[in-house]
Design a protein around this ligand. Sequence first.
Ligand code: IMP
Ligand code: MG
Length: 182
Amino acid sequence: MKNVKLSDIKVLFDETTIQNRIKEVASKLNDSYKDEEVCVICVLKGAVMFATDLVKSLTMPLTMEFIRLSSYGHSTSTSGKVNAVDIKLPDLTDKNVLIVEDIIDTGLTAKFLLDFIASNFRTKSTKFVSLLDKKCSRQVDVKSDEYCFEIDDKFVVGYGLDYDGKFRNLRFIGYADKSILK
Ligand code: IMP
Ligand code: MG
């Protein structure tokens, strides 16, 4: 991995843009769930910032679960295999389940998770919300119900997303040119 510095990162979405868009997405979810209870599943580590900000603008009664998946290891492209580091969940039978992810890239992680939920629980409903959607990189047919921003083929960091474990703490979403990462 390259030693990428903060000064190598260009801003793609600044803090205000992110926070405003999250409130819009939350408002859509509030309209669709009304006052029905929801179980929010945050996919660690990447979705931590997005999930915690999103739930602050949700108005229905909700519970939160945290699971941890990984597919990247030390790389900027998926290994093709999703590793369920920790996927312990309570019984989700008859629950409205809202999965919160940082980004859908190839779609392998989202598909793994949706299949896992569908084969283990008869939920009342299952929705998938992602901060980012890299539609151009899709390898399997999977869609999010809501997403904040669509991006093209960039490797992004910040606001939960990492490069070699770093930059998750940035308030903005940024990218480094491919030449810097290679
Ligand atoms: P997928 O399984 O290929 O859809 O990738 C999903 C996971 O890969 C996401 O949950 C992220 O954690 C990670 N990922 C994909 N693209 C990026 C990126 O541009 N920056 C950082 N992490 C990424
Ligand atoms: Mg993720």
